[in-house]
Design a protein around this ligand. Structure first.
Ligand code: BG6
Length: 476
């Protein structure tokens, strides 16, 4: 009987700004993600349309304290270990290492924090999977240099990478260069520290910044391998295949165009060159991305070792301007698919879409893949003991794991591992809410920042433990 690969990396994922808190502790500097409040203006801020560069009166900023993992990491990692995690995906807060971003010397306290955390993981045989930047950019780099629109970011990012690779050699082997790199087009402040000035050509700015991120990612891959040939470097895409709304050819064409907007990034990171369709698009839109021959050489020479992605839902596109019924999704909305159910936040649930996405990415690149985010954001109602019977989450994960299993065992895609998103409840990136929970572990904290921060195991905790213990055989 065919089974999941023996060394399959089961685990869970978090991001620094959504769980660490301690935003001003031990020398940490201010980051873009700190100054994104909950509420109506959040979307305008993360998309760079409304400028917020510091805390303002009258707003609640959930990332300041979050679930305070900075002070709870031992307890949290022990719980991950109890579930049998083989890997734990986390991200580095850039501002713990370089508080302003352009210093020459790193902040020792920040380096120590992650060193202790990685050692704690290894104590339990958990392999850290580290995202170098997950919606995270020092505010100083944004105010002083304009974020990733500025080429100087290459120098600062390279310094960050060199520091991390040198210091954590032997402790970390799996690295992701930029979280959901395609988010730069949809949430540019969060993805690249960009906000826009009046009358600016926003597409031009976004693609220039994207070029800088892509070259930075290639440089990171190069030096990761130089410092430790054991290092494996991956790109990271907010994935989810587009379906045509009908069999009308113009709908298929629309879906292809939408897919290309996302795969554009991975085409460069996995294949090493800018695709012709992108060059043509830039020509049509009058976008002139400044790049050097050396940049192009770097992109060509240092493609990624593996392709990681988040998957929450498939998407739908139509070429008919009359068809407009949209649904919410991971930052960018898509047309509504009448065949699918939706989460409480309107994200549509499509396990087969995960199998389709895995197959498309495999066919396109033929590189090992890693699903580094998948999960259901839902409202949990703990009983008086703090226990949550989250059968809806188990149901979502079970179906997605089954689909992933089909992709591996029936279709033969190569997959390194699977980390569910928000393995412990944390702050939502899209809405800033705490009540949108993904975890196996309930954290007592509410949308307004109240609560004891105590951790409780949900029903899904034991279920996932059994999934891992059986290496994906027992999903009931
Ligand atoms: C991905 C991000 O976009 O989706 C995470 O990488 C994010 O940071 C996750 O939290 C789920 O989105 P949300 O908006 O429900 O937190």
């Amino acid at each position: 009987m065919s089974r999941f690969p023996k060394n399959f990396l089961w685990g869970g994922a978090t991001a620094a700004n959504q769980c660490e808190g301690a935003y001003n502790v031990d020398g940490r500097g201010l980051a873009n993600v700190d100054v994104v409040p909950v509420g109506e203006e959040r979307l305008a801020i993360i998309t760079g349309q409304r400028k917020m560069v510091d805390f303002e009166e009258g707003y609640f900023y959930p990332a300041k304290d979050s679930i305070d993992m900075y002070h709870h990491y031992k307890e949290d990692i022990a719980l991950f270990a109890e579930m049998g995690f083989k890997t734990y995906r986390l991200s580095i807060a850039w501002t713990r290492i370089f508080p302003k971003g352009d210093e020459v010397e790193p902040n020792e306290k920040g380096l120590e924090f992650y060193e202790k955390l990685f050692k704690e993981c290894h104590k339990y045989g958990i392999e850290p999977l580290v995202t170098i930047t997950h919606f995270d950019c020092p505010m100083h780099l944004i105010e002083e240099y304009g974020g990733w629109r500025n080429r100087k970011m290459l120098v600062f990012y390279e310094r960050l990478c060199r520091t991390l690779f040198a210091r954590y050699k032997g402790l970390v082997r799996y690295w992701l260069t930029v979280n959901e790199i395609n988010m730069i087009l949809h949430a540019p402040f969060m993805g690249a520290g960009l906000y826009f000035e009046e009358g600016e050509n926003q597409e031009q700015v976004k693609y220039q910044a994207a070029h800088h991120e892509l070259v930075a990612s290639a440089i990171a891959t190069k030096i990761a391998h130089e410092i430790d040939p054991e290092n494996k470097v991956g790109c990271m895409l907010a994935a989810g295949q587009y379906y045509p709304n009908t069999s009308h050819p113009r709908d298929y064409w629309a879906a292809l165009q939408e897919d290309r907007e996302n795969y554009f990034f991975i085409d460069v990171q996995a294949r090493g060159t800018y695709p012709n369709y992108a060059k043509k698009k830039w020509e049509r839109l009058g976008i002139d991305v400044k790049m050097t021959d050396e940049d192009l050489d770097l992109l060509r020479a240092y493609t990624v070792d593996f392709i990681s992605f988040s998957y929450y839902s498939s998407r739908v596109a139509s070429g008919d301007p009359e068809v407009q019924e949209k649904t919410e999704g991971n930052i960018f909305a898509s047309l509504k698919n009448p065949y699918l159910e939706s989460s409480e936040w309107g994200w549509q649930i499509d396990p087969l879409g995960l199998r389709i996405t895995l197959n498309v990415i495999w066919d396109r690149y033929q590189k090992p893949m890693f699903i580094v985010e998948n999960g259901l954001g839902a409202i949990d109602k703990p009983d008086e003991t703090g226990h949550v019977a989250d059968d809806y989450r188990i149901d979502y994960l079970r179906k997605h794991i089954a689909a992933m299993k089909d992709a591996i065992l029936e279709d033969g895609v190569e997959l390194l591992g699977y980390t569910t998103w928000g393995c412990i409840d944390l702050v939502s990136a899209g809405t800033g809410e705490m009540k949108k929970r993904y975890g196996f572990i309930y954290v007592d904290r509410d949308n307004e920042g109240r609560g004891s921060l105590k951790r409780f195991k949900k029903k899904s905790f034991d279920w996932y433990k059994q999934v891992i213990a059986s290496n994906g055989e027992d999903l009931d």
